[in-house]
Write a protein that binds this ligand. Structure first.
Ligand code: HEM
Length: 521
């Protein structure tokens, strides 16, 4: 009887789709883009429902009030992560984002905080601004390469902050290596993409030659370690030679003991921060560009506003944003329309909780279905469309007359004690680049050989835990000759800020840097 009970939903648990003995709902668990199926189930079973994953239980929250109560207010018991055998195999349990709620996580998070508080973040503004200027310059020169220009931007900022070493090109070896391994890692970590080894531990015993996930895990681990520890050793070597440049890893290496860190933790902390910062920020910005191409009316309104407030003769600054309500609305609408992590990152409970009469067992996985909340037709008018104007009508973009007070504008950055550590850095990146891109460029569909516009597909997204648009084509042109000249000029002026971060460049990078500056003279 006990065995037959495995996979069955206990009395008192939130409702959910029908289960089968032993496997529960595993037989129907989506293998990719899980947020779509999760949202379909939410419309059927409600804002809080449960899935039986073999003997384990997952709770899916598609309700802002439940997120506020369970994840924000009761975060003392809902801030663990579910055991992720594959993640632990790849990173040795030292992955800050995936680490269980315990001392290792606390130490890593505390150490990361040193560079990510609002105050510390303001110290990174000069390099963020300089890199954002290069992004405009790169797009001006080779607009068709915008997608990787954006990726270069986001990785170069975090490389500079962490190791004091920037990436002038997408082809800079560390950047290319990072995005390649990150893609494989993302595929491995997507919910449902690999056999459920956490729920059915016997699967761990399948020999490596029959389990692709084992081979992939080994490969990703080797590639990540080569990159992360290579960069760390390079920093240590530089310090040994007395060539300090004030980077964060220099500080962690010097104060390792005080932080409670060792070499393994330090290498992974920095590597995980590259992961957490690069793919997310670049996916967001590429989604923004995709939305601007697909929704020309919204783009036009933003252009009108930015021309009125910032004008033709200077680039925008962070201080302008307060006077750009439509651009602010575009920023919020992009998070809603295409949240970078549609299911955020799963949490887990360390004690039983009770909510609205339902039991949430200890050790349950909790998925926050941000996609389902943001695309709920009961909350939002035409949720499938990109309509920034909704955020001018009500604070949280909900339709008039609906109570949207449980939502918060930062939902896309997570909840409770696991809330995104890099929120301030990310918000600055988004604000600066959203304003810059809108000020500088017109984004239009690419045209085919007959001159007909090619419609972009706003649903063409790559698989993986992070939701980034698949590479797409569009036509990007500067909005005026004067703006193009300002970008050229500002790019030259950024050279000063860059110089501190440009050491040990390989010959190709060095040539690129020299040429790109010389051409502007
Ligand atoms: C558009 C940009 C970004 C988005 C949308 C984003 C979103 C998120 C989300 C949803 C989580 C999971 C939160 C949860 O479990 O409740 C998270 C965690 C995290 N993020 Fe971000 N993030 C972004 C950029 C960054 C940046 C720039 C950094 C660092 C420089 C960063 C560092 C982290 C870290 C370290 C965690 C793990 C926190 C923990 O588990 O304790 N993120 N982020």
């Amino acid at each position: 009887r006990k065995i037959r009970k495995i996979g069955a939903r206990d009395a008192g648990f939130p409702p959910g789709p029908p289960t089968l003995p032993i496997v529960g709902n595993l037989y129907m668990f989506p293998k990719e883009f899980a947020h779509y199926k999760f949202t379909e189930w939410a419309r059927q079973y409600g804002g809080i429902y449960s899935l039986k994953l073999g003997p384990g239980t997952a709770i899916v929250l598609t309700d802002a009030a439940a997120v506020k109560e369970l994840m924000d207010k009761r975060s003392a018991t809902t801030s663990d992560r579910p055991p992720m055998h594959i993640g632990a195999l790849v990173t040795g349990g030292l992955h800050l984002v995936l680490a269980r709620y315990g001392d290792t996580w606390r130490t890593l998070r505390r150490t990361a905080h040193a560079i990510l508080t609002p105050q510390a973040t303001s110290r990174h503004l000069p390099i963020q601004l300089a890199e954002a200027t290069q992004l405009l310059h790169d797009i001006l020169r080779t607009p068709q390469g915008f997608y990787t220009h954006v990726q270069r931007y986001s990785s170069s900022v975090i490389f500079s902050v962490l190791y004091g070493k920037r990436a002038p090109r997408y082809e800079t070896p560390e950047t290319t290596a990072f995005f390649q391994v990150e893609h494989e890692w993302e595929l491995l970590m997507e919910p449902g993409a690999t056999p459920p080894v956490d729920m059915i531990p016997l699967l761990k015993l399948v020999p490596e030659r029959w389990s692709k996930w084992k081979r992939d895990s080994r490969r990703v681990r080797a590639l990540q370690r080569a990159l992360y520890f290579g960069l760390l050793d390079e920093t240590a070597e530089r310090v040994r030679k007395g060539e300090h440049n004030g980077s964060y890893m220099e500080e962690v290496l010097a104060r390792q003991e005080e932080f409670g860190m060792n070499r393994e933790m330090t290498g992974y902390l920095a590597g995980v921060l590259i992961e957490a910062a690069s793919e997310t920020t670049s996916s967001y910005l590429n989604s923004l560009i995709l939305a601007l191409v697909a929704y020309p009316d919204a783009q036009k309104k933003a252009h009108e506003e930015i021309d009125r407030v910032v004008g033709q003769h200077r680039m925008p600054t962070l201080d302008d944003l307060g006077r750009l309500p439509y651009v602010q609305a575009i920023i919020l609408e992009t998070h809603r329309f295409r949240p970078v992590l549609p299911l955020l990152v799963p949490h887990a409970t360390i004690a039983v909780e009770e909510y609205q009469g339902y039991i949430i067992p200890e050790g349950a996985t909790i998925f926050i279905n941000a996609w389902g909340i943001f695309h709920d037709p009961a909350l939002f008018d035409s949720p499938e469309d990109f309509i920034p104007d909704r955020y001018l009508l009500t604070e949280n973009g909900t339709k008039p007359g609906v109570d949207g007070s449980h939502l918060r504008s930062t939902l896309a950055f997570g909840a409770g004690r696991r809330f995104c550590s890099g929120g301030h850095l990310a918000q600055n990146a988004i604000k600066i680049n959203a304003m810059n891109l809108l000020w500088a460029f017109d984004f239009n569909p690419a045209v085919d050989s007959n001159g007909r516009p090619i419609k972009v597909d706003t649903f063409a997204y790559s698989k993986g835990a992070t939701m980034g648009p698949s590479p797409f084509k569009c036509n990007i042109t500067p909005r005026s000759k004067e703006k193009a000249e300002i970008i050229e000029r500002e790019f030259l002026e950024a050279a000063d800020t860059f110089s501190k971060f440009e050491f040990g460049l390989n010959p190709e990078d060095q040539e690129f840097v020299t040429k790109s500056r010389a051409q502007d003279h």
